[in-house]
Ligand binder design. Structure first.
Ligand code: TA6
Length: 308
């Protein structure tokens, strides 16, 4: 595996479209620029999509100004890759929240011109002696990032064990907003959810989701697209998905933001997470030699007429 930038560019660069550079914290990243000027960056640390900005649009993904960029530390914002458990480890609280994938260095597998003005980066991670301590099974992960008229991120998990394994996962996307007070998330109306700020109680969503306090909900049995409707930025962000029957909506609000060192006190106002997950009872059992694919599709759209 190489993270030598010269070697990465010699082997995988697509001139003027995909190049490899040193990012924050000197962590290697891929910079993707399409013909129409859409830009994205993907850190090899965690196979982490950091930024996505369609031409002429405000940034779609949110990244904290206080994020760490260090080996072994999670990046705050963008699209953290969560695997093989979502949230705290189901039985061992000493293990890192949200699994092992987001804090390891991934390798570049290939880069492709997929079709007109659409480019693809494939990253890989396989088990090693360190992961064995956290997850005692052989595995191979791939993250496939496709940048064009929309952003697609696929997490492909191959079970290399000789036994079936049960995994949680997420593409834990952070989105940029004008102001959380002016935003609504639609698509989850009349959907049951577990309210993590109210003891995990099961509730029913009535109407669009609006925000006036810490919000941390796992929506259940849903394959629906979500729309983040943002009049302040004159757009809506569509979050579509496959391989997932649960969606998490999170905003830490004031107190939790203050408790997070890598999250600015006022930053909660311009972000929301709408996460494509295998969470709660939506964990996935993968047979020996089997594969699970989790995909999130992100598309910035104009607001419907009359809503701007
Ligand atoms: O997806 C929401 C959540 O599970 C919240 O409970 C909060 O913990 C958030 O993830 C961020 O977790 P992290 O480990 O990245 O600080």
């Amino acid at each position: 595996m190489t993270t030598d930038l010269d070697q990465l560019n010699a082997q995988f660069a697509i001139p003027d479209r995909i190049t490899f550079k040193a990012g924050a914290g000197d962590l290697p990243l891929a910079e993707i620029i399409t013909d129409d000027g859409t830009r994205a960056t993907v850190s090899l640390h965690g196979a982490h999509v950091l930024t996505y900005q369609p031409a002429g649009q405000a940034p779609v993904l949110w990244l904290s100004e206080h994020s760490r960029f260090e080996a072994g530390q999670a990046i705050r914002g963008g699209i953290p890759v969560i695997w093989p458990w979502f949230g705290p480890h189901p039985t061992d609280p000493t293990l890192p929240a949200h699994g092992l994938a987001r804090t390891r260095l991934w390798q570049v597998l290939n880069t492709t011109v997929l079709f007109e003005d659409t480019f693809q980066l494939r990253l890989g991670l396989t088990n090693d002696t360190q992961t064995q301590v956290l997850w005692p099974h052989p595995f191979a992960l791939e993250v496939v990032v496709t940048v064009g008229q929309m952003l697609a991120v696929e997490l492909i998990a191959h079970n290399r064990a000789e036994v079936a394994v049960t995994c949680g996962a997420a593409l834990h996307s952070y989105f940029t907003l004008s102001d959380i007070a002016d935003v609504a998330v639609t698509g989850l109306e009349e959907t049951a959810y577990l309210d993590k700020v109210d003891g995990g109680r099961r509730k029913m969503q009535a109407g669009p989701i609006t925000f006036s306090q810490e919000t941390d909900r796992i929506y259940l049995d849903t394959i629906a697209d979500c729309l983040i409707v943002d009049p302040g930025l004159h757009r809506q962000i569509r979050v579509a998905k496959s391989g997932s029957h649960s969606t998490v909506v999170w905003n830490p609000w004031v107190e939790k933001s203050r408790r997070m060192a890598d999250f600015g006190d006022g930053e909660y106002r311009t972000m929301v997470c709408v996460e494509t997950t295998n969470a709660a009872d939506d964990v996935v059992t993968v047979p020996p030699g089997g594969t699970h694919q989790l995909t999130t599709l992100i598309l910035a759209e104009p607001l419907p007429a009359g809503e701007s």
